[in-house]
Design a protein around this ligand. Structure first.
Ligand code: PMP
Length: 299
């Protein structure tokens, strides 16, 4: 398969990357070819947003990072406070008051075998930069998405609740989306129920009731998802966490996705079928506006 090579990425040369306690330029921000993150995707990560100089729900992100690490038996060589401090230090060093932060922990350098026992110290790095996951007009007009054939990982394999450095499954799903000419794909679980999208959680609205798959349907417990559930509760809107089928997607009145990078984005077409009248619906618009307000005022 050929990918478009005209849009090659190069990091900004004036970025300062936090790498194991030091802020270094991208040219020095390197990890070994023997790092298990490179050899096996052996590590965990978080994606965070900073708004007005404040990292949104930093503690929840760090807790999820610790949970991911604990599940793969990786000990992060930093306390929660140290991680929080390093996150702010990186944002400040890059003058990022509104942007995106990537926090990565790898298992570190090891031998070529699978066993993690002979691994040196885990590596930690943090990148603070800008992100525009989807074009602005899609937030106004809504986006089209498709179902894809790649299933979300079985919960008894690598649990989808672990935000591990191995995202190949989701990347394959994303490639299907791009092949279909859209930017996001819906992933189903091994039972045929909707799990989530490749990097976003999904919500539907049907007859005034908000619906989202439960976390054990194979989704990441999104921090944005949880923030939106709080906003739904605040507005006293009917809400159900429930198994959703492909048919539920096709008969929804409204649909939106949530994620740290995506924030809250309306979906107006699924598998070639218009969602409701094919325009972002009133409940979606209300929640987008509530979410914008929340992130600006969040402590
Ligand atoms: N699902 C997956 C697979 C993700 O990678 C993400 C994060 N991009 C989400 C959902 C959304 O989670 P959050 O709101 O915590 O960013």
């Amino acid at each position: 398969m050929n990918f478009d090579q005209s849009n090659k990425f190069a990091p900004k040369s004036d970025l300062k990357i936090w790498l194991n306690g030091q802020l270094v330029p991208p040219s020095e921000a390197k990890i070994s070819v023997f790092d298990r993150a490179v050899l096996y995707g052996d590590g965990v990560f978080e994606g965070l947003r900073i708004y007005g100089g404040r990292v949104f729900r930093l503690d929840q992100h760090l807790k999820r990072l610790e949970d991911s690490a604990r599940a793969i038996r990786l000990e992060i060589p930093m306390t929660r406070n140290e991680m929080a401090q390093a996150t702010y230090e990186t944002a400040q060093a890059n003058n990022v008051t509104d942007g995106y932060i990537r926090f990565v922990v790898t298992r570190g350098v090891g031998t070529l075998g699978l066993s993690p026992h002979r691994t040196a110290c885990p590596s930690v790095f943090i990148i603070a930069d800008q992100i525009e996951l989807y074009p602005k007009e899609l937030y106004e007009n809504g986006m089209a998405i498709v179902s894809c054939s790649v299933l979300r990982n079985h919960p008894n394999a690598v649990s989808p609740r672990i935000k591990s450095l191995n995202y190949l499954n989701n990347i394959l799903a994303k490639i299907e989306a791009l092949d279909a000419g859209v930017l996001e794909a819906i992933m189903y679980n091994h039972l045929g129920f909707v799990a989530e999208c490749t990097g976003d959680n999904i919500f539907l609205i049907r007859n005034g009731v908000l619906q989202t798959p439960p976390v054990n349907a194979g989704s990441l417990e999104g921090i944005t998802r949880n923030a939106v559930i709080e906003l739904i509760a605040k507005r006293k809107l009917p809400f159900r966490e429930m198994d959703l089928t492909r048919q539920d997607l096709y008969v929804a009145d409204e649909c939106f996705l949530t994620g740290t990078a995506a924030e809250v984005i309306p979906v107006t077409q699924i598998d070639g079928r218009a969602v409701g009248p094919g325009q972002p619906g009133p409940i979606t618009r209300q929640l987008i506006s509530d979410f914008r307000e929340l992130v600006q005022c969040a402590e």
